[in-house]
Design a protein around this ligand. Sequence first.
Ligand code: NAD
Length: 346
Amino acid sequence: MRAMVTGGAGFIGSALVRRLVADGANVLNFDKLTYAGNLSTIAACAGRDNYAFIQGDVAESAEMARAFDDFRPDVVFHLAAESHVDRSIDGPGAFIRANILGTYTLLEVALAYWQQGREPTFRVILISTDEVYGSLPETGAFSEETAYAPNSPYSASKAAADHLGRAWCQTFGLPVINTNCSNNYGPFQHPEKLIPTIIRSALAGKPIPIYGAGSNIRDWIYVDDHVQGLLDVARAGRLGERYNLGGRAEITNLELANRLCAAIDILRPKADGTSYADQIAFVADRPGHDQRYAVDSTKAETELTWRRRETLETGLERTVQWYLEHQEWLAPDTGQSRLGLRRTGQ
Ligand code: NAD
């Protein structure tokens, strides 16, 4: 396999790159190294014969075209994106550029490359989120047929990118497969995301911020299980199809914080014997905060025989253990003002 991974210095992309390189695939990691990209996530791959890195922008077609022509991928995993919902509320422009213009540019370059006919088994896997489907009531789950109803600038930009992928497949015949995954967790997640924030705040003895009443429900998947799903889609997914990848692990944000605190209580007990959960503090809710996500991944499980290895219990335990052993990754609290409220007057 000659795999080009865009966004391979980010959280999920780096997990995919580490797996592909370890499996012996030839990998080109194409990443702009924005604030979210970090080469230490793929330090284990540096210097390997089957690994190369290019710092580049997916929205710049000349840079992309050069990478395609030089590397000649037979599969592209497109993960490069602006990915933080709160940042998309403060500054949507970067999301429009990276996620919509970036995906458009990648599709156009991929189409020109594929039309040269040098890689007959070529395919493009577009990695997206369950957030494109909007918010669920108390019951039900998103299937691949659920209509898109994105509510944040982030999810709207990802929805647009997904539609572009579908259109380039339907109209131009470009071999595209879409995936929509639930919330990922695991090592190397950017420190400003929910789980690293909870662990960092707990260890620093600071308030652990929980939006609203903490009643919002998310479905969580361990990042390596997502990576396995992407490999299964690349191996056996049908062109032009969409595959949901979910963790079958629904939990409220408050319960998630409590479970993380309980794990840290065991692994790093406080001297005074109190629980880290005492530090949980409720803060202003995120504007437009979707109430519930749940993902039905029956299609990937039956068609691709994709299986998750981690339960929420085992995955969270591994995750807490990793962050405790890599506290340098939990960058110190920068004291920056709360993200995601600036343009809403809250
Ligand atoms: P991340 O923010 O950790 O990493 C994004 C990476 O993309 C960074 O390395 C960044 O430098 C790079 N990047 C950003 N703009 C770029 C550009 N214009 N050109 C090249 N590189 C660029 O994100 P993540 O959490 O790893 O998510 C990866 C992908 O998976 C995204 O497309 C995201 O929408 C999707 N996704 C994420 C989750 C999740 O829970 N994190 C769930 C479902 C889907």
